[in-house]
Design a protein around this ligand. Sequence first.
Ligand code: ZN
Ligand code: ZN
Length: 224
Amino acid sequence: MVLDLLLPSRCVVCRRGGAQLCADCLRGLPRLRGPRCERCGAPTAWPVRRCIECNGRRLAFARARAAVVYDEAVRSAVGAWKERALRRLVGSFADVVADVLERPEHPLAFVPSDPERHRDRAGHPAGALARELGRRWELPVVPLLARRAGKRQRGLPLDQRRANVRGAFTSGPAPRRIVLVDDVYTTGATANEAASALRRAGARHVEVVTFARAVRRYTVRSQA
Ligand SMILES: [Zn+2]
Ligand SMILES: [Zn+2]
């Protein structure tokens, strides 16, 4: 990208000159390795099949997994990746995902970004992540989903997020089992809606993989 060429490279988290994400900050990303909810992937005190966050919710995906907590550092890194089209970051993110999560068994689809936002900059960030993961896991990437232009999810409260994203996706004919890749799992509303579209298109089992996950009342334990 043009910006990459013109600006001296700096770490997007600590601002030190050098790599776009320096080794220290990369190592310090809060990985989600502890017990979690089998269904939505929320970190829990011990393994559970459902948790406070997902119990009673109808979810179109069978399970969701994420590699790191969506904390301030991760927010900066993801923000820089998406807003400034820092493509080299995505390789680091994929390394972390492949390190923390088990390799899935099914082809990868991804959540396309809003067509008005990423038309000529970062492309589809989740698509770039899916392609990097596809290389590491040796899984095919299928661009099944399309997204209608709409309001951004960021900054909206939970109930409005669900309403805002409803009907946002359409899918081409989907395989029975598929993995849905996105950058961040916030409330699960986007993943759920995209998974619904895949199921309407023939999928029976959808697993969600994201780089980061918003976590409520997370007690940080260093697990680098
Ligand atoms: Zn740094
Ligand atoms: Zn849960």
